[in-house]
Design a protein around this ligand. Structure first.
Ligand code: MG
Length: 286
């Protein structure tokens, strides 16, 4: 299983994620559709998964020994497409066809796209599929790992909690769930729409081993992913505190940017801000 750049360190991953943010915004702008805020909040997590953690080979996307990634919050598919293209699953130019007639890239993940394991976007189903895959790995010859990204808003769906029970019951320590905990969903603050707190306590009570992290701190995230599985015989949960719209000041923490599309001037301002971030040396050499 190839992963030439699997050893990417925090500084390189951070630079790459910054570039990919711009790519997400340009693709959404061209498409005239997309989920801007949530794609930017999970992009750092996806960059680490695809450029450090997952054992995958873009030349053999169906390799039975590959790790599996399921993006349960399917609406943030633009982040996933951009990262898959950066990993070589399909040409970067495909991103400019997003949501157009006959484009291979539609508004939610489908298995027709190379590298995508499961159709998602009807929320609340990804973790059940991921748990089934993790259980399946026990029965087959390949001891692969399964990773599933959940939104915090989608945790209002009861099916997540059935899957959480099942994964702990079957002691699936080859399964990791990651919550993109940006505190917002389409209609406002998660706490106000359907309070899901206290999340860490809830998952621990369901039998998972939990780590709470800053979902944009590459150094911490690399160490956290490197420490998987957190406990033998238990599924792992990474509760990643993130910022919706991360990286573009006028998009950050704004529920309105859930699926708003940047206009020409907004795109220009956002790209300029990302460029200036890239030019600023981060503290501690990150
Ligand atoms: Mg959210």
């Amino acid at each position: 299983m190839s992963t030439a750049d699997q050893r990417s360190g925090p500084a390189e991953l951070s630079r790459r994620a910054n570039r990919l943010r711009g790519r997400v915004l340009r693709a959404i702008h061209l498409a005239g559709a997309g989920h801007t805020g949530g794609s930017l909040s999970c992009l750092d997590l996806l960059t680490i998964l695809y450029h450090r953690v997952l054992r995958i080979d873009p030349a053999h996307p169906g390799d039975p020994a590959r790790d599996r990634y399921i993006q349960s919050k399917g609406h943030s598919v633009e982040a996933l497409y951009v990262v898959l293209a950066s990993r070589g699953f399909f040409p970067d130019a495909d991103l400019d066809t997003l949501c157009r007639y006959r484009s291979p890239l539609v508004g939610h993940p489908t298995r027709k796209t190379p590298g995508i394991e499961q159709n998602t976007g009807a929320l609340g189903h990804g973790l059940s599929v991921a748990a089934g895959m993790a259980l399946g790995a026990r029965l087959g010859p390949h001891p692969f790992n399964v990773y599933c990204l959940l939104g915090d808003g989608e945790l209002a769906e009861g099916s997540n909690w059935e899957a959480a029970l099942c994964a702990a019951h079957h002691r699936l320590d080859n399964l990791t769930a990651i919550i993109d905990h940006n505190g917002l969903q389409i209609t406002g603050a998660v706490r106000e729409v359907m309070n899901v707190e206290p999340l860490a306590d809830k998952w621990r009570a369901f039998g998972w081993e939990v780590r709470e992290v800053d979902g944009h701190d590459f150094e911490t995230l690399c160490g956290t992913f490197d420490a998987l599985p957190f406990a033998p015989g238990k599924p792992s949960l990474i509760l990643a505190h993130t910022i919706k719209g991360r990286g573009v000041s006028f998009m950050e923490n704004q529920a309105g940017w859930h699926h708003r599309v940047p206009k020409e001037d907004e795109l220009r301002a956002a790209l300029a801000e990302l460029e200036s971030t890239a030019a600023t040396p981060a503290p501690h050499g990150h």
